[in-house]
Design a protein around this ligand. Sequence first.
Ligand SMILES: C[S@@+](CC[C@H](N)C(=O)[O-])C[C@H]1O[C@@H](n2cnc3c(N)ncnc32)[C@H](O)[C@@H]1O
Length: 195
Amino acid sequence: MAVLQDGGSDSVEVRKRVLNLGAGESATGDVRFDISRHGRPDVQGTAAELPFTANAFDQVVADQVLEHLSSEQVIATLNEVHRVLRPGGRFEIYVPHADSRLSQQDPTHRSTWTYRTVDYFTDGNFAWYFENEPFEFTLAEREVNVWVHPERPFSGIRSKEIQLRHRLFGTEDEYAFESDVDASLRFILQKPPEK
Ligand SMILES: C[S@@+](CC[C@H](N)C(=O)[O-])C[C@H]1O[C@@H](n2cnc3c(N)ncnc32)[C@H](O)[C@@H]1O
């Protein structure tokens, strides 16, 4: 992924360093990392102990991965992602909503997520639960995506299948889902910029 710095005729293209955590078969990112060899990752290991130096990445993406970790592993992973992100860097998370079939059907899922779960991991109401952990994140974005074609979730043409997209910034709303829809959450956590 490249970003263009706006410098008029002196513009320079600067590459963002992106870590794909739990990449599976996805080609996204500069470093594809996974606990399994299945998708031929660049680096193999567990998200709870990342073999990278501090501040190594501008962005970390975990797409349908954190629900496979226990709560304890999620906390260890948040500490590690915080360490390897540069100040101001972003952690983009996609997880199935706990009320959806996507969350409930998979026997390898070990943690559940709702719209409110990130309030425990960021500057939300429950931030003090983990006040002794090293990680510190602010919540930059959160949204719920609902699919009304549940037979073909994550088919690779995701954007065309989103029939209903709710952006819930700053509201108190929580969603209840019909049994025939699938729902996924997207969060962006930001490591605070250097003071
Ligand atoms: C449902 S797949 C998602 C793959 C890919 N991100 C995508 O969107 O297609 C979950 C991936 O997380 C990986 N994974 C599970 N636990 C992990 C861990 N502790 N550390 C790193 N990767 C893990 C699995 O091996 C698997 O490739």
